[in-house]
Structures are given as C-alpha cells and as structure tokens.
Design a protein around this ligand. Structure first.
Ligand SMILES: N[C@@H](CCC(=O)N[C@@H](CS)C(=O)NCC(=O)O)C(=O)O
Length: 222
C-alpha cells in the first residue's frame, strides 16, 4: 500500500492528504515523530521532515511541493493545478503564497512556536513571536477573503491546490483554536465550503492526544 509519513497537525502533510483524497488516490497514514530521528526515516528523507510519500514500488518522495507535482503527473485524471497556462501560474503563485509567505508570517509563529519547537528540542515558545503571528493573521485573512469574494475559488473558477494549501494551514491553526473567523466573513464562508468536501473529513476527524480542538473545528456549519 502507498504510505504517507506525516504528523497530524503539519500543514504540509495536510495539503498532501487533501490533494490525495480529492484525486481519490488511496493511501495509508503513518505518524512519524520526526524528533526521534529514526534511522529508517532518515534513509527515506535525510532532511528528517514530513511529509514523505512512499509508493508501492518503493519510490520515496519528500517535500510537499515535490509530492503534489509528482501526484499530478502520475495521476493526471483530475489536475489540481488548473487547465490553462494562466490558471496554472495562478495556482502555483498562491500555493507559494500560503506555503511560503503565510507559513513564515503566521503558521511558523503559532504552530511551530507553540507546538513543534518544543517537540524538536529547540527551546520554549517566545511570546513576542506568537504576538507577531496573531497580528500577521489579520491581513492574511483579509487577502484570502478578498480572493474568495472576487473568484469562485481562490485561484479561479475551479477548486485547486491553492485552496488546499490555504485550508491546510488554516485547519492546523483552527485545530489549535488560533483562528478568529469573525475577522472576515468571506474567508469563513470559503473555509466552510471546503470543510464540507468529502476530502476534508479525515482531517476533521483527527484528534491529537492531550490536545482537543475547539467545538467548531469539525463542524462544517460553524
Ligand atoms: N518544504 C517542506 C516543509 C516540511 C516541514 O517543514 N515539515 C515539518 C512539519 S510541518 C517537519 O517535519 N519539520 C521537522 C524539522 O524541522 O526538523 C514541505 O513542503 O514538505
């Protein structure tokens, strides 16, 4: 069976899970405690980071962008990158926006700082960094809301990897109770639409021991 090595709250793993579910590619999830630095996992990915996809052939692919591009080429029936050149460029721009800019300005300051940092043995959360994460969330939700208001989906008429990248980051933060959805109605409505897609169900069912999500986390009609 195809295996995705992951961490339940990792936004990069969540993006791949959403893409695979949307493309109806069956896979098994394996939680990888990257901080244990298992030699067998290091053999798969010397960077010791998740996600890593291992195909039935033994082919191992790490890095969520490399995985998503591979999946689109290997299983092209339903592309998550759009059809025309312009659509594909816009999808890639927005995936880079959320995995690059949003990640650096929001996700890292909240998810990494509050959760992953300690698990990786890199020190305690810094309250100044966390404050910056909350402040940065506002303009990002506004931009997302503007995209959602002016287009059917974030990158255009079709749902795409841009939506799944954005939703992956926000779902991680939402599980942690860090998203104030009252800040932007259009962003909230877009997220509700994504949450009601079948591909989202497994993410909404995730539970991490010792850390419960807020009641609205799994509710598509929140
Ligand atoms: N650019 C990578 C980033 C992956 C990444 O940052 N993974 C985190 C979990 S969210 C990780 O495994 N970190 C381990 C570490 O930093 O040592 C991707 O897109 O897959």
């Amino acid at each position: 069976m195809r295996i995705l090595h992951h961490l339940p709250l990792s936004p990069f793993c969540r993006k791949v899970r959403l893409a695979m579910a949307e493309k109806r590619i069956p896979f098994e999830l394996r939680t990888e405690r990257v901080w244990d630095r298992r030699p067998e996992f290091l053999d798969l990915n010397p960077a010791c980071a998740v996600p890593v996809l291992v195909e039935e052939t033994g082919l191992a692919i790490s890095d969520s962008s490399a995985i998503c591009e591979y999946l689109d080429e290997a299983y092209p029936d339903l592309s998550l990158y759009g059809r025309t050149l312009a659509e594909r460029a816009e999808v890639r721009r927005l995936v880079a926006w959320f995995d690059g800019k949003f990640n650096a300005e929001v996700t890292q300051n909240l998810y990494y700082e509050k959760q992953l940092k300690r698990l990786l043995g890199r020190g305690n959360p810094d309250s100044g960094v966390i404050r910056v994460g909350y402040a940065n969330m506002r303009p990002h939700l506004e931009y997302l809301g503007w995209l959602a208001e002016t287009r059917a989906w974030l990158a255009g008429n079709q749902v795409s990897l841009a939506d799944f990248a954005a939703a992956a980051h926000l779902s991680t933060l939402d599980y942690m109770g860090e998203v104030d959805w009252s800040l932007n109605d259009a962003a909230k409505e877009w997220y509700a639409r994504l949450k009601s897609r079948p591909a989202f169900r497994p993410l909404l069912a995730d539970r991490i021991s010792g850390m419960s999500p807020p009641a609205h986390y799994a509710d598509p009609d929140f």
